[in-house]
Design a protein around this ligand. Structure first.
Ligand SMILES: Cc1cc2nc3c(=O)[nH]c(=O)nc-3n(C[C@H](O)[C@H](O)[C@H](O)COP(=O)(O)OP(=O)(O)OC[C@H]3O[C@@H](n4cnc5c(N)ncnc54)[C@H](O)[C@@H]3O)c2cc1C
Length: 281
């Protein structure tokens, strides 16, 4: 069985890993390859601050709450592993500051897994998908031990300053521009981030800037996580879509990967390729 995953951001890699872990022992013919035109450190995933904070996902979709929980449990179970720091995994405490109460491919594969994030529309038109451009500044500020995220309901989500310490650097942000495809750093956005974050935490004036990055959040009213059968030439190809994770792809990735693996399992069942049930599903 030839499986092609398109996309090497957090969604594509976690989906590939999840399917590989669950099906390699029961499907010896599994031949899975990941294709992408950008790999780390050039994906949007590399731009993310990396905070696991599920409050931004779609509250109308109870499944998303489960996927967030599964992701959180998965990460928490690994946070004390010897490899945790290498994958950027650490527990961090911090503050959410509110001014007021908030309202609440073509042939050649049997299965294609579409994890192309904000560019999914170039494979198959999707008018619901838009870029939510973000820009961040990474600084060396090891004295910052807590995250501080401000919320301004009037400006909207992601548009007010945030400071998020990571393992190697502290991420400063607060830019969200719906519909803007530019991947170039913008000096006005730089000033907005810098002034906003230094106002929030004046000691940052002394911090050395180590990087500045722009990324595109794959914004969609709901994550697209579903099967579709497409006809290429004379054969039917099964496609599993897993994209549109907005500004919370890291927060929800593992739950979505598990769900994609379940959909993959259904394909195997229907094609009578499973000799025994896969472990852990
Ligand atoms: C400034 C900023 C801060 C963020 N902070 C957080 C945070 O703190 N916490 C959080 O959970 N999320 C955060 N996010 C959101 C997170 O980055 C995204 O939700 C996540 O990276 C989406 O992952 P992805 O794998 O779908 O997309 P991507 O990382 O964009 O990967 C898409 C992959 O698909 C490939 N691809 C696309 N089209 C094609 C094609 N036609 N052919 C071949 N390859 C293709 C690309 O090359 C790439 O490998 C942030 C985003 C931004 C921009």
């Amino acid at each position: 069985m030839r499986v092609v995953v398109i996309g090497a951001g957090v969604i594509g890699l976690s989906t590939a890993l999840c399917i590989h872990e669950r099906y390699r022992s029961v499907l010896p013919s599994l031949d899975m390859r990941v294709y992408a035109d950008r790999f780390t450190p050039l994906t949007n995933t590399d731009v993310a601050a990396g905070l696991c904070q599920p409050y931004l996902s779609d509250p109308r979709n109870p499944q998303e709450a489960d996927w967030n929980q599964q992701t959180f449990d998965h990460l928490l179970s690994r946070v004390h592993s010897p490899n945790a720091a290498n994958v950027g995994l650490a527990l961090v405490s911090g503050y959410n500051l509110f001014h007021e109460a908030i309202p609440v491919a073509r042939g050649g594969a049997d299965v294609i897994i579409n994890c192309t994030g904000v560019w999914a529309g170039s494979l198959q038109p999707d008018p619901l998908l838009q870029p939510g451009r973000g820009q961040i500044i990474k600084v060396d500020a090891p004295w910052m031990k807590h995250f501080i995220i401000t919320h301004d309901p009037e400006k909207g989500i992601y548009k007010s300053p945030y400071i998020i310490p990571g393992i190697q650097a502290v991420t400063l942000g607060g830019i969200f521009q719906l519909g803007n495809w530019s991947e170039v750093n913008n000096i006005q956005d730089h000033n907005t981030i810098w002034e906003g974050c230094c106002r929030l935490e004046p000691t940052l004036q002394d911090a050395k800037i180590v990087a500045e990055l722009t990324g595109l959040r794959p914004v969609r009213p709901q994550i697209r996580l579903e099967r579709e059968q497409l006809r290429f030439a004379s054969s039917n190809t099964e496609v599993i879509h897993n994209y549109g994770h907005g500004g919370y792809g890291l927060t929800i990735h593992w739950g979505c990967a598990l769900e994609a693996a379940k959909l993959f399992g259904k394909v195997l069942e229907e094609r009578k390729l499973l000799k025994m049930p896969p472990p852990h599903l």
